[in-house]
Design a protein around this ligand. Sequence first.
Ligand code: V55
Length: 404
Amino acid sequence: MSATTNWIDSVTMEQLNEDPNAVHDRLRDEAPVAFVPAVGLHVASTREACMAIAQDSENWTTVILPSGERTFGTGTVLAANGDEHVELRKMIDPGLRPASVDGYIDDMVRPYARHLLEQLDEKGRADIQEEYFAPVSVRAVGDLMGLTNVPAETLVRWFKTLALAFGNAAVDDKGDFLNLELFEAADAVREEIQEVVDPLLDNWAENPDHSLLSHWLHDGGAEGELQSREKIYPNIYVFLLGALQEPGHVMTTTLTALLRDPAQLERVIDEPALIPRAANEAARWVAPIWVAAVKVANCDMTVSGVDIPAGTPVLLTYGSANRDSDTWDSPEQFDLDRPTMPHLAFGAGRHACAGVHVGMSIVRIALEELFEAIPNIEADPDEDVTFWGWTFRGPQGLRVTWEV
Ligand code: V55
């Protein structure tokens, strides 16, 4: 084994969760597609390699990260190809189209955001992620799905448990999963979800409404038939993880970046029209789904000069692609003034995120309301923000203070 690959063999899951950039800065330089034993898969880390694979669905079949499949089971849109994928996107996409989202999103997000901020206002300090961003994120998407009767704390617990299992990618030298208890916790949460959602589906079967899940049930199946629960449930789990967690993570990441650079924070507070730009740059800076997409080569392929035999699964590390210095100057810096250059936080190709508009609208509204209510927000000087995660990456809480 050559000296350049030795260091990759000793990369650990802990290292990737704590600081993936340290590993990936070097991977992009030395080995744009490389086998990483800690996760038992090949990893594509440059923007060029990720784009080449994501946009070539002729030569690459989409699969799901093995720990993701262990968590969600089979049948998710994440792992679908060809006609099956087209059918699932026909079920998922309509309620998320921009023209549709723009009609309902304000009423879905602003009143609850204001309610939480009124409760916080007099306190002068908060973990703004746990007390505001995560609840706004799960309440908005939960209500949209039709889970209006599920408390925000429950929805937060569900996404946290599912995320730890989905990201439980570490394998031993035989390729077997480690940390099985994280999968068992997710199994229990999936049962709990079915206990809550089964009666809701029973009701929607008789009494359709405007919720996403009611539409999945009535419009997602064959003409005149209800969509099967077998097709619905795996995709409910996908939503209950990513769609609930990621808007909140983008909010916290945006505010973290701004609090670290008061000049940029002041610009955004003075000019709220800059909020979408700030949130978009935050999604590039620390992609909330740092890595999850996996593609298998249908035939022998060469990507960025690396030969990849047919049948090889390759993990696309979009969080790493977003820090590729071939595309961005000083990619480790959060910079409102970057030229708009599409990043990969929402993926690319046929599997690109269906929720980009609704998700970023929720982020925008939550930040608009926060800066309107608490324009004098400051970082808590006693606390340092810790980012964690390789599959899903975000701040582990964000303590802030303000003068009341
Ligand atoms: C992804 C998206 C998800 C999820 C898990 O790869 C992985 C993307 C939108 O939800 O739950």
